[in-house]
Design a protein around this ligand. Structure first.
Ligand SMILES: CC(C)(COP(=O)(O)OP(=O)(O)OC[C@H]1O[C@@H](n2cnc3c(N)ncnc32)[C@H](O)[C@@H]1OP(=O)(O)O)[C@@H](O)C(=O)NCCC(=O)NCCS
Length: 159
């Protein structure tokens, strides 16, 4: 995309699951499959939003998956495709989820992140998340996770 494109967030379309799974393979060590994304689409409490260009609505730059469970939002996955990194899109995705949580009166956002994933940890901290605890061998390859939390009820930032 050229010249500061205008991008918008919307729910994923049924024919975009394969494309999202392809991005996922490029960006994650243990990528979700197309079937896993489909399973998220089928859950009433799950949201899968994609960030696309307004001009064609075809360029998938990134996506976010989160659950709404009672008073809690659980962030499951957020990713920006490689050509679009470092220009604020990851932050835009996370802040859109936070904004949704505020609008729907949720109390907190929870997530797990690999302890080695310094860019994601830094993104979450920038958005106000704090580390609650370390979860030992949380991932199937044995890596630990930080469990992080953002309290929405007392949140003073701008989403
Ligand atoms: C994490 C990820 C979503 C960030 O997306 P991005 O669009 O490149 O990030 P942004 O441009 O919005 O950056 C926002 C903040 O994130 C942090 N960040 C992003 N990239 C970073 C990097 N390479 N190194 C350190 N911090 C980084 C910074 O705090 C940055 O704020 P700053 O620009 O003021 O320094 C992206 O790197 C990604 O898709 N990673 C692979 C998937 C993943 O690990 N997801 C998270 C776990 S599910």
């Amino acid at each position: 995309m050229e010249n500061d494109p205008v991008l918008s967030l919307r729910p994923i379309a049924a024919d975009e699951l394969l494309a999202i799974a392809a991005i996922e393979k490029r960006v994650h060590r243990q990528p979700w499959t197309e079937a896993q994304f489909q399973a998220e689409v089928d859950k009433p409490y799950s949201h899968l939003w994609v960030l696309t260009d307004d001009e064609t609505d075809q360029v998938l730059t990134g996506y976010i998956v989160f659950w709404e469970l009672g008073e809690t939002i659980e962030l499951l996955n957020v990713a920006v495709d490689l050509p679009y990194r470092g220009i604020g899109l990851g932050e835009r995705l996370v802040r859109a989820m936070i904004q949704h949580g505020l609008k729907t009166d949720r109390l907190q956002v929870m997530l797990e992140v690999r302890v080695s994933n310094s860019s994601a940890i830094s993104l979450y901290q920038k958005c106000g998340f704090e580390v609650l605890q370390t979860r030992k061998s949380f991932y199937s390859d044995g890596e630990d996770a930080f469990q992080m939390k953002l309290t929405l009820s007392t949140w003073g930032g701008t989403a």
